[in-house]
Design a protein around this ligand. Structure first.
Ligand code: UDP
Length: 239
């Protein structure tokens, strides 16, 4: 049975989600809209939707080949993917190898400081609260996920880090940090959302040039070019 895109279900900051004729599948459209600082800064990054769709598909396929299941079923076209329908777990998982962004602000380690051990953080996915930092106790208090689900999520997040870090090193990119989201599909926890320059910090190994959304957050210019550069290093082609 051919999968057909049906009615619009939900619009997020970077993607639109549609139902399909199969209740187990959603249809996702990547947008060019960019936001930062909990939606306070808004803009457009030309072609971001196309670039992130391709980059995220590339990473999810790489992870699948290493035994990590994600919601990705297949890329349909430049801007769209078919994914498994999940209920998103309201915990954003951040993995950090090198200090940057909010970690540098929170604990005073200058950006670029190598962390002696990988740092795992959880944030409560709640716009009204500004996505606060939470821990396992808060997660249990709010009943966001079970302890077993959190053990699994932590394990997968650290594995994803090892796989992406090694892979990107070969492409002369340092993986500074990234954010993952997980969802439940037929009772199983699977990796969801996207992995892209919107959700990761990528620095050129040699020059330390930023190849990610910090260029938008910090008005550094050449944002689209940086995303293009990431795609080019991953796939060998810019489009
Ligand atoms: N991140 C994200 N979505 C968010 C917050 C953070 O994708 O809502 C990513 C961000 O791109 C970075 C990592 O998670 O790769 C850590 O972000 P940080 O906590 O330093 O927050 P920021 O400085 O971006 O506010």
């Amino acid at each position: 049975m051919d999968v057909q895109k049906l009615e619009h279900l939900y619009e997020g900051k970077a993607k639109k989600v549609y139902k399909t004729n199969d209740p187990d599948l959603y249809w996702i459209e990547y947008k060019d809209d960019a936001t930062a600082f909990n939606g306070e800064k808004k803009g457009t990054i030309m072609n971001k939707g196309v670039l992130n769709n391709k980059i995220s598909t590339h990473f999810f396929k790489l992870l699948e080949s290493k035994g990590i299941t994600s919601h990705l079923v297949r890329q349909v076209n430049d801007r769209e993917q078919i994914v498994k329908a999940v209920e998103i777990i309201l915990v954003e998982v951040v993995v950090r190898n090198i200090a940057a962004g909010s970690l540098s602000k929170r604990i005073g380690l200058p950006e670029g400081t190598m962390l002696p051990k990988t740092v795992l953080e959880y944030y409560y996915k709640d716009d009204a609260l500004g996505d606060p930092l939470i821990n396992d106790y808060h997660i249990q208090t709010l009943n966001l996920a079970t302890p077993e689900q959190m053990n699994y999520i932590a394990d997968v997040a650290l594995k994803v880090n090892e796989i992406l870090r090694e892979y990107l090193r070969d492409k002369k990119i340092d993986l500074i940090d990234f954010k993952l989201e997980f969802g439940t599909h037929k009772g199983d926890v699977i990796l969801a959302d996207e992995i892209s320059p919107d959700t990761c910090r990528f620095w050129d190994v040699e020059t330390k040039e930023k190849l990610d959304k910090d260029r938008f957050r910090r008005d550094m210019g050449n944002v689209e070019e940086a995303y293009q550069e990431v795609l080019k290093r991953l796939t060998g082609s810019a489009e």
